[in-house]
Design a protein around this ligand. Sequence first.
Ligand SMILES: *[C@@H]1O[C@H](CO)[C@@H](O)[C@H](O)[C@H]1NC(C)=O
Ligand SMILES: *[C@@H]1O[C@H](CO)[C@@H](O)[C@H](O)[C@H]1NC(C)=O
Ligand SMILES: *[C@@H]1O[C@H](CO)[C@@H](O)[C@H](O)[C@H]1NC(C)=O
Ligand SMILES: *[C@@H]1O[C@H](CO)[C@@H](O)[C@H](O)[C@H]1NC(C)=O
Length: 266
Amino acid sequence: MSLVWGLSAVLLALTAVVDAQHNVTVEESDPTLLYTPSISAWYPSANPQKLTNGTLDGDYFHGGGYVAIGLPGATVSFTFNGSYIAYYSDQNNNHGSMTVALDSKTTTLSSYNADSVPQVKLFEAFVDPDVPNHTITLTCLEFKNIGLDYFLYTAAPGAVISSSNTESSSSPVPTQGPTSPRSTVTRTAPATVTIVAAILAAIGWTAAFVFAFLFLRLLKILTRISHQTESGESQIPGTCVFPPITASALSKRTIMQSPPAYSEDR
Ligand SMILES: *[C@@H]1O[C@H](CO)[C@@H](O)[C@H](O)[C@H]1NC(C)=O
Ligand SMILES: *[C@@H]1O[C@H](CO)[C@@H](O)[C@H](O)[C@H]1NC(C)=O
Ligand SMILES: *[C@@H]1O[C@H](CO)[C@@H](O)[C@H](O)[C@H]1NC(C)=O
Ligand SMILES: *[C@@H]1O[C@H](CO)[C@@H](O)[C@H](O)[C@H]1NC(C)=O
């Protein structure tokens, strides 16, 4: 059985590696975001939104709401430690051009679209996880809207998530209106790790079955010998019962933490 225990130890070690990586979503209301002018000057929108065909969409914006501004020079910045960043917002026919500056690299893009489309990944980039304090800055270029629904970043291994995804007594308490989480953490096993773990688990369970089978065969033979020596019988009554095995440890794991609710009203 030592082989099975050895494989279990390997699986535990792999789980630790999996835990080291996690994606964090940062809502537009997250207090770590720096808005210029301040967020109160940005135009807030909240779910539900009426679609062009008249139906109400309660999940139009991620996390309950979003903000927009149509003022050249207006900016919003977010600083993080990690390996990946993505910027999500809507596209619409009242939207215009903007720059997305990530550290020293600036990209120009437009979120204009003839039809409204929510939660579009407008920008994404990989960054060096060994360099701390990456900063992404969105800058409005026209008297046309830029929006911010949320950022998603992959946190550096072992990083302390400073964002408000833990309970805090100083968090604002919602009184009325829509609520939204300010950030959520999603942990997912990288594909290669999942495959390796699955293979090792398959080997582990096969070994366990073989051991159990051989053990029961041996037991049966020994019982037969003892019965034969005691009474001379050759037939053994009774059945062999294999223990049920549930292999759930390897399923893709997703943990969503629910932070304190937040009021969109201001
Ligand atoms: C309206 O449009 C949305 C998005 O295209 C669609 O999911 C929904 O089913 C539509 N509703 C009706 C009543 O056609
Ligand atoms: C990034 O990590 C450094 C330590 O390496 C820490 O000083 C800094 O506060 C972190 N930044 C953020 C935004 O969490
Ligand atoms: C990162 O930011 C934190 C908090 O603002 C600061 O204490 C730290 O010195 C910064 N680290 C670097 C390398 O700039
Ligand atoms: C984080 O999100 C990115 C983009 O959606 C995805 O490619 C990556 O696999 C995710 N990583 C983890 C650890 O969930």
